[in-house]
Ligand binder design. Sequence first.
Ligand SMILES: [Zn+2]
Length: 87
Amino acid sequence: MSPMIDLLRLSRALHLTAEPLDTNGWMVSGGARSHLVRDGVCDCADAVYGRGECKHLLAIRLAVLDADVRGALQMMIPATGTRAVHR
Ligand SMILES: [Zn+2]
């Protein structure tokens, strides 16, 4: 069985930007600060203190999705802290 993904983290990850730096490095931005992920290891507090798969690693997993699929998910799941208005 694959490990459970924290859905709140996943929804936050969806609105981050993950850009590949080279073959084993990513820069993840769009949160309070940017984080470097190298060889699958992130430098954020969640990763350093072993609090499960952080949103930056999830953002990288989302970044390799088809852009149309990712765009549809972003519309479906609003960024945390914003309120969708449907009137
Ligand atoms: Zn992280």
